[in-house]
Ligand binder design. Structure first.
Ligand SMILES: Nc1ncnc2c1ncn2[C@@H]1O[C@H](COP(=O)(O)OP(=O)(O)O)[C@@H](O)[C@H]1O
Ligand SMILES: [Mg+2]
Length: 307
């Protein structure tokens, strides 16, 4: 139905004047691909080998960093087992994906506006992993996103962690896959495990890496180098280091306050680092990279059965 016009999204229609208060989604919009071919929203899937590495904090604050650049950004909380983007973003959803997949409410009721051009599709914590939804539920989830995707320039998906989660489906279907890793040896080993599965079972050829909670840039470099050496020895995948996010006390302070560090402390080391990651993603000119047709993404996922 809507699929036919996906590729022809007119950028001029995506530009909303700053002062137009009648529109539901005001704000200046610049395209990732400004001045070139119009494209569908870019899908960035964030995953990790294990929990607790900062995946959700990076997803939320990356979405905000993209929003600050003028991109209308949809944050999707697909870590449905441990959903907490809403808490990190500082919004209080009335409804979540749980009511969406049962058909109790529609996507307009579920989407909630966060800071800086960012909207959230909240997950349903402790309810069900997306991979465990039945076909109808899964279809309801993706159809809902399908309905609203035209309003967005970028989609940031916080996927589940680990090889058994929905992350593999999301990540392998997205154009931009970002694996978050920390300098801990266990995190590096688990990140390698995820990269291996993405590469060998999902056919992914390029994976971006963010090293979080670094004590220095050199430490981040070394962590990336370790992963990259392993990958180039044993796997057919290209790893790209797109940044380090330093260990920064503002992160946990903001988690406790329930507000994102990018809005509360925009000049903190963590915020500047996430801004740089966003900039790196935006400035990528790789044509393969920026064709992130979201519908293709959902279709592919549905074909895979979401797993
Ligand atoms: N760059 C950082 N500096 C300091 N603490 C961090 C940083 N990133 C994450 N944390 C801490 O790690 C905890 C887990 O982060 P979270 O984003 O929830 O991880 P995940 O989604 O991977 O489970 C946060 O509550 C925060 O205290
Ligand atoms: Mg998380």
């Amino acid at each position: 139905m809507k699929e036919s016009n996906a590729a022809q999204t007119d950028l001029s229609q995506m530009i909303v004047p700053d002062d137009d208060s009648t529109t539901q989604h005001p704000g200046r919009v610049v395209s990732i691909n400004a001045g070139k071919q119009p494209v569908a929203p870019t899908v960035i899937a964030i995953t990790s080998g294990k929990g607790g590495v900062g995946k959700t904090n990076i997803s939320v604050n990356l979405a905000i960093a993209l929003g600050k650049q003028g991109l209308r950004t949809l944050a999707v909380d697909a870590d449905l087992g441990l959903a907490n983007m809403d808490i990190i973003m500082g919004v209080a959803p009335t409804y979540t994906a749980a009511e969406l997949v049962t058909g109790e409410v529609d996507v307009e009721d579920v989407l909630i506006e966060g800071p800086e051009n960012v909207w959230l599709l909240p997950g349903a914590s402790g309810q069900h992993d997306l991979a465990n939804l039945d076909d109808r539920g899964r279809r309801a989830f993706f159809d809902a996103i399908d309905t609203v995707e035209d309003r967005f320039d970028a989609v940031v998906v916080d996927t589940g962690a680990g090889v058994g989660s929905n992350a593999m489906g999301f990540a392998s279907a997205a154009r931009d896959i970002v694996v978050v890793v920390t300098p801990e040896p266990t995190s590096v080993a688990d990140a390698y495990g995820v990269i291996k599965v993405l590469s060998t079972r999902c056919g992914v050829r390029r994976i971006r890496v963010v090293v979080n909670m670094t004590n220095s840039n050199l430490e981040g470099q070394r962590v990336f180098q370790r992963l990259s050496n392993l990958a180039s020895r044993f796997l057919d995948v290209f790893l790209e280091h797109i940044g380090n996010v330093p260990k920064d006390p503002v992160v946990s302070r903001c988690v406790v306050r329930g507000e994102p560090f990018s809005t509360i402390y925009p000049d903190s080391a963590a915020s500047r680092a996430v801004d740089n990651v966003a900039q790196t993603l935006l400035s990528s000119n790789d044509p393969d990279d920026r064709q992130g047709a979201i519908r293709l993404f959902w279709r592919k996922l549905l074909r895979q059965g979401g797993a």
